[in-house]
Design a protein around this ligand. Sequence first.
Ligand code: ZN
Length: 419
Amino acid sequence: MKSALASLLLTMTGMSTATAAVSPVPPPSAPAGPTTLLISHLLDGTGKEARDVTVVLQHGRIERVEAGIHTPATGAVIDLRGLTVMPGFIDTHVHLDSHWDAQGRIATETESVADAATGIANAAWASLMGGFTTVQSVGDPTERPLRDAIRDRGFPGPRVLTSLGWIEGDANTPDETLRSVVRQRKTEGADLVKIFASSSQRVGALPTFTEHQLKVLCDEAAAQGLRSMVHAYRSQVAAAARAGCREIEHATYASAQDIHVAAEAGAYLSPQVGLVVQNYIANQNRYIGVGNYTPEGMQTMLRDLHFDVEVCRMMMAEPHAKIVFSTDATAGAHGRNAEEFFGRVKECGQSPMQALVSAHTLAAEAIGLGDRIGRIAPGYEADLIALEGDPLQDLEAVRHVAFVMRSGVTYKWAGTAQR
Ligand SMILES: [Zn+2]
């Protein structure tokens, strides 16, 4: 099933060797000459704000950022004055393969490969249109052909990083088995490994691996040049941090001491308070009946949402906590990733600027791309978005994405002031 889907996606995106005799249409690429952006309000991704700025792009990257508005004599100009311009958002935790089937229910493996491939492609497009120019999808094997098609063939979507799958097991799984699974992911082309240190919240949120096993997994990942992400609840949050794992998801039911240990260990902390549970509840009839999606599981998530808010606030109380932007978006949530900003600001207590930076420089650093994306500065990728309104004054602006550019290619722009 999975390999059939992968090969279908390869074919859809022109990567099949069977199409080699046909001249391919060149993928969309950044304009050959310079592109100049005229900006009246800029957030640079690091927490700095500027008024009246000219940004010059070349070959899909930011060449220079100049104070003042300078309309060039030649080259393309995009006038973004009146909007708030910032780096494209980065979501460090999504599930692009999760989508509705033809009946409007959560798709399962019985779906046709064509519908499954279309579903993941639509999720990627929706994410991009929502202002997310990079997402880390964790994980399904179909994310690899999607990632490669977007990166190498101009297939429309955000930059994708993938874990390809999850690593699950129990306290009896031998160390050598754990190491070999990590090495296998490396061979298959993963960007990171996603480890389940706790069972789903819908089935008890109980520990699976021991701290020793987490250390084996995260050490092997580091040795292979892969980042590690751990799904953890309760005291598994501190265990994963002590084990040297890099990013810790959810952290529901963790104590203030667990959060303290994780923050001091320097782990990226990834709570979700604004979208994932709300989306499950709003769409529960589309999910219930598949896998561990039961009425009881849905009720548990709704009843315990306040614990997610509590751990997020505990993180805010830690001076060294690196609270990274993530949504855990599944079917129904793709393209609405920015809803998480409302939870971060209104429930968790981040300032709008802190929340935005968590989706810019902090998220870029968390996924190992801190020197390439997440900032508007010379040398960085031309991943830029523009919002109607000022999110620092009214967060509602994050729902109104007027302009999306990734690597110098404009994917969304209703404005007319362009030549
Ligand atoms: Zn997830």
